[in-house]
Ligand binder design. Structure first.
Ligand code: TMP
Length: 205
């Protein structure tokens, strides 16, 4: 087992770009890195992405939490676990804390969300990317079509509140993602390298 990292934050905060940049640098340093995301490419993840996030199929929040949890179990067992076993630093964009923040913001009790996610392990490191909602709004509108959660800034505000509350309670590092990408990626890289250098000796070539 090497290192299991989850990068979290609301839509438009820049998770994908930061993860891509950090993974490139880590590979340059000789680490093996596997980048993945949720909803996953598995059957349930594809259903969520293709039918639920488009608004085509309406699913009540507690049922949606179960769909995300089901996708997560398959994702962990088929992608994350094998990656960790083979010595990769696995970086996932979204994991349990996304369900806590989003389905929690939709009114689903957080202790229940955690219970239905108890079949998969917690990551070694959870990093929260954070930026003011005004910045997010601009990024999302410039993207064009908006998905399910992106349509309501009120909901995203509640999602962000839960992320920040969880970060405080659980000691997750919060990175200011309104800064230039180089600074954000640099901070994320430092957090990951600090942990990887103790745990991933075997994965440096
Ligand atoms: P993304 O690919 O842009 O991150 O879109 C995934 C959307 O699904 C995003 O709005 C967050 C939402 N989501 C949940 O509500 N709960 C979850 O558990 C996960 C993984 C994602």
């Amino acid at each position: 087992m090497c290192l299991f990292v989850d990068v979290e934050g609301i839509d438009g905060v820049g998770k994908s770009t930061v993860i891509r940049r950090v993974a490139d640098v880590l590979r340059g340093l000789g680490y093996m890195v596997l980048v993945t995301s949720e909803p996953s490419d598995g059957a349930v993840g594809r259903f969520i992405r293709g039918n639920v996030l488009t608004g085509e199929v309406e699913v009540e929040p507690s049922a949606l939490a179960l769909l995300f949890a089901a996708d997560r179990i398959v994702h962990f067992n088929t992608v994350i676990k094998p990656g960790l076993r083979d010595g990769f630093i696995v970086i996932t964009e979204r994991y349990i804390e996304s369900s806590v923040a989003y389905q929690g913001a939709q009114g689903v009790p957080i202790d229940w969300i955690l219970r239905v996610n108890s079949m998969v392990p917690e990551p070694d490191l959870v990093i929260i990317l954070n930026a003011p909602l005004a910045v997010i709004r601009e990024r999302l509108t410039s993207r064009g079509t908006l998905e399910y959660f992106e349509r309501s800034l009120n909901l995203l505000m509640r999602v962000q509140e839960i992320y920040l509350r969880r970060a405080e309670e659980r000691g997750y590092p919060v990175i200011d993602a309104s800064r230039p990408i180089g600074s954000v990626a640099g901070d994320v890289l430092t957090l990951i390298e600090d942990k990887a250098s103790g745990k991933c000796k075997g994965s440096r070539h």
